[in-house]
Design a protein around this ligand. Sequence first.
Ligand code: BGC
Ligand code: CA
Length: 442
Amino acid sequence: MRLTKKAAALALASCMALSLTACGGGSTEETTAAGGAAEETTAAADDAAETEEAAEVANKDKPLVWFNRQPSNSSTGELDMAALSFNDNTYYVGFDANQGAELQGTMVKEYIEANIDTIDRNGDGIIGYVLAIGDIGHNDSIARTRGVRNALGTGVEANGEIDSNPVGTNTDGTATIVQDGTLEVNGKSYIVRELASQEMKNSAGATWDAATAGNAINTWSASFGDSIDVVVSNNDGMGMSMFNAWSKDNGVPTFGYDANSDAVAAIAEGYGGTISQHADVQAYLTLRVLRNALDGVDIDTGIGTADEAGNVLTDDVYVYREEERSYYALNVAVTAENYQDFTDSTVTYAPVSNQLDAAEHPEKTVWLDIYNAADNFLSSTYQPLLQKYDDLLNLKVDYIGGDGQTESNITNRLGNPSQYDAFAINMVKTDNAASYTALLSQ
Ligand code: BGC
Ligand code: CA
């Protein structure tokens, strides 16, 4: 309910002139029973009620932000513009997947080059790597797989883009989904081979599944462990699971994505590196666009344009693509060289950590879901950040944790959207935006 100050004052004034029950809008009898004199007041109360009703925002018109999983076709990657422009106050907040993917691929390649004298563990001239894939239908996961294959020369083009499908096992290099790459270092030529890759989905259907990745590395290492020189993962949750299960003890560099605190700390113990997707900027943007829409101010406030508290972002940390209604944080590689600056992934980004004034920006309630309460990145990095920003932005957020498998597990807990001022949605599957917008359109 968005009441203007004036309307609220009016409603209050007429309420004081009437009985308490009348204020609740319940009994007409009591109000009319007061006779002629009361009639005027009744009319005023009716007016106020009307203003109130007019100011009441329909659920379908409330601010909505999609985050982390961009509404898109899980087969083609095509953006779901109907969901992204559901109403005038709808946005997506994520990160630049291609820029991050390229960074991750380059980070792995540069590590191999810098350690070429020791990296080939069995000395067969082949640098073998295994790859943990998060979700074959998630455009960020697809981009990361492509980024690594592109940098290492192992990608095969299919319809103008690098094939991102898992290869299964390819220890002999005969697969057609990938190819052997070559790396020239110090005048010597090496083969780079994707020995194996698999989508880490558990039997219940949860993707990006860390436990599945831990099992996979155990299986792979048991049959061709000596040829695994590098472990790469679409994220740190799976990467750390593989590192802890096998690569740490075997001195095999493992690369992930997300810069979760535990992964950054593991760099001191041989974890090869990770990519920060600037969750500190994303979590801010997720709630900031809602705050701005609720305040009725320009959407750029506190983003590209400083707000009155001094919050502002510079364009080296995010981009906004108007035609996609999307904000994308930029990525940074985190390696042995700079990891000391990234040890706590839950610290808010300083340039946007100023408290908003509660009188100017009164408390609003937000419904927010995390598609899988067990997701490492979302639960150990993103949500703690959101919980810090919600205080700074005076938002009261209800956090709903899903099971990572079915949309209904989450949508069932949006029984009464009218009770909220805004919504922040993290879908299980990127195709499923309509399961949420249907509830808001009712
Ligand atoms: C993160 C993954 C996470 C996924 C969830 C990605 O951006 O890198 O770690 O599992 O989001 O959607
Ligand atoms: Ca080798």
